[in-house]
Ligand binder design. Structure first.
Ligand code: SF4
Length: 219
């Protein structure tokens, strides 16, 4: 598909999703490019903001993580180079009481819900409760029709690619990291232990801001 046609289609689909996200009391906005998303996110934090993070390739792809690291922001980054898994745990916990929690999500449904599957759960925990504001950056390639389609997409694409990318040792290695196909595995190898379907922000209106970006980002 030509890039212009793809962009048009992404925007049209995003319009519907945004209307329904707002109906569900999310803050929601369409940004046509990664550059626009970068400016939007950087405009929402200051050097006084304590910034937590859920793992997100999208945030890396649009350059936000690098900018926050290099420009001296208060970023709680458990994936910082040189930090071991045990050392990352207090950072993950602290991120749950941050001012702003930056994250991606696995899918946004056209009827205005966020669907995410986590292994450890710190990403979905921060989305649901704790941080004062949550900013979700998501490429329009992750727009799906409904929750079932979201879960199917995650099990077909996101989780296997994520498993493959992480190169786990044998005790924690999900079968999909070798086969590319979900076999509904069991813990401890299972990455898909925590499925969160966030249907709205009813008690804390617009606490979660969903930025839909008119490009293919993440997986
Ligand atoms: S094989 Fe396991 S880790 Fe991989 S997608 Fe299926 S449930 Fe998730």
């Amino acid at each position: 598909m030509e890039k212009a046609h793809q962009s048009w289609l992404y925007e049209k689909h995003a319009e519907v999703a945004i209307k329904n996200l707002r109906r569900n009391c999310f803050e929601a906005k369409y940004l046509p490019t990664a550059e626009a998303a970068f400016d939007e996110i950087m405009g929402r934090v200051t050097r006084e903001t304590c910034i937590g993070m859920g793992d997100s390739l999208t945030l890396r792809e649009i350059g936000v993580v690098k900018a926050l690291e290099e420009e001296g922001y208060q970023l709680l980054n458990p994936w910082e180079k040189g930090i071991s898994r045990p050392e990352s745990m207090p950072i993950r916990r602290k991120a749950l009481t941050s001012d702003v929690f930056l994250t991606g999500t696995n899918a946004v449904t056209m009827d205005g819900k966020l669907v995410s599957i986590d292994g450890l759960g710190n990403r979905v925990a921060g989305m649901i409760f704790g941080p004062l504001k949550v900013i979700v950056a998501v490429g329009a390639n992750k727009l799906v029709n409904n929750v079932q389609e979201a879960i199917d997409r995650i099990k077909k694409i996101s989780a296997p690619v994520n498993a493959y990318k992480h190169d786990y040792n044998s005790a924690y290695r999900p079968p999909c990291s070798d086969t590319g196909i979900c076999s509904d595995c069991r813990p401890p190898a299972r990455m898909c232990c925590n499925t969160a379907i966030i249907e709205g922000c009813s008690r804390d209106r617009e606490r979660i801001c969903v930025l839909i970006i008119g490009q293919s980002l993440g997986f």
